[in-house]
Design a protein around this ligand. Structure first.
Ligand code: HSE
Length: 316
């Protein structure tokens, strides 16, 4: 490695994501053009991975618990020895515990940045397991419904029994997302722990019909099917008590003309899908007002799905 290479810095942005998309617990996710984590990676004389947090939110300093560090450490374990120490600087723009795929974004951005820094020893597809290691370190679960769309962009279907298997689904041009992030915190690990481990067969059948309807709607570009397919009667009723005002917020989205609305990831963010921007903006205002009525301040993001995934901003 020459002196110039040693000074190289790569900066990567990775988008927020809506995990589950309602009915697709742990299997469906969508990247959005909203907040994104930005991570810079460079070499450092001191061996190991050193993490610097450039933002005020607290993140685990233990690399084994830090989403941005853990994936990089497993990636380094797979490349030839001789890589000097790495310095990773996190600009955290996606609030942790918000249900917008914050840990996935940090994991993806750092892995993509380090891969670029090392001269791309792995393809983007090959990076997925490392990103999942980062996600697992932070959320204690290896679900890919945030990591996959964050890495590849668009809407992804993933397989919990084989997290490396990802199918990219079509993104209809009319689809707009409204994401409302309340000033509440829900830890993904807590929101997973409360879920019942057994599902009655009739409820499971209804749920997989919804997931299939959503996937059919995406392929057909059928807004009505997409709306019906988001309906989640399995996980949403168990998690909604963790989100103050959820039912009123969902109702506000539906009254404003959204195709449907549900919890984003493990919450507390609430998303609505709409078939045009004007309705998405109307839904966002109505949802924000509904939270306000419950005394909960919130932030609204209206966007198109992000179709590019993690992006290299600088490689100098
Ligand atoms: N599928 C995950 C869950 C997403 O619902 O727990 C967490 O962001």
């Amino acid at each position: 490695m020459n002196g110039k290479t040693r000074e190289k810095v790569v900066r990567v942005s990775a988008p927020a994501t809506v995990g589950n998309m309602g009915s697709g617990f742990d299997v469906l996710g969508m990247a959005i053009d909203g907040p994104a984590d930005v991570i810079s990676a460079g070499f450092k004389g001191k061996p190991g991975v050193s993490i610097y947090n450039n933002t005020s939110c607290g993140l685990p300093v233990n690399p084994l618990r830090n989403a941005a560090a853990k994936g990089v450490m497993t990636l380094l374990g797979k490349v030839e020895a001789g890589v000097p120490g790495l310095k990773i600087v996190i600009e955290k723009k996606i609030p942790p515990g918000g249900g917008m795929g914050s840990s996935a974004a940090s994991a993806v951005a750092s892995v993509v940045a380090v891969n670029e820094l090392l001269g791309k020893p792995f393809s983007r597809e090959e990076l997925l397991p490392f990103c999942l290691d980062g996600e697992e370190a932070a959320s204690r679960s290896r679900h890919a419904d945030n990591v996959a769309p964050c890495l590849f962009g668009g809407i992804c279907l993933t397989d919990p029994s084989d997290p490396g298997r990802v199918i990219s689904l079509p993104v209809p041009g009319f689809l707009h997302v409204c994401l409302v992030y309340p000033a509440l915190k829900v830890k993904t690990s807590d929101a997973r722990r409360i879920l019942k481990k057994q599902v009655p067969l009739a409820d499971a059948a209804r749920q997989w019909s919804r997931v299939a309807t959503l996937v059919a709607g995406l392929y057909a570009g059928n807004a009505e099917w997409i709306g019906q397919g988001v309906e989640d009667r399995l996980i949403e009723p168990q998690r909604s008590p963790l989100i103050k005002g959820f039912l009123q917020v969902k109702e506000a989205a539906l009254s404003a003309g959204a195709l449907n609305s549900s919890i984003s990831g493990a919450g507390p963010s609430v998303f609505a899908l709409c078939d045009n921007r004007q309705t998405a903006e109307k839904a966002g205002n109505a949802m924000q007002k509904a939270f306000e009525k419950q005394g909960v301040h919130s932030t609204v993001v209206v966007s198109l799905p992000n179709t590019t995934g993690a992006r290299i901003l600088e490689s100098l």
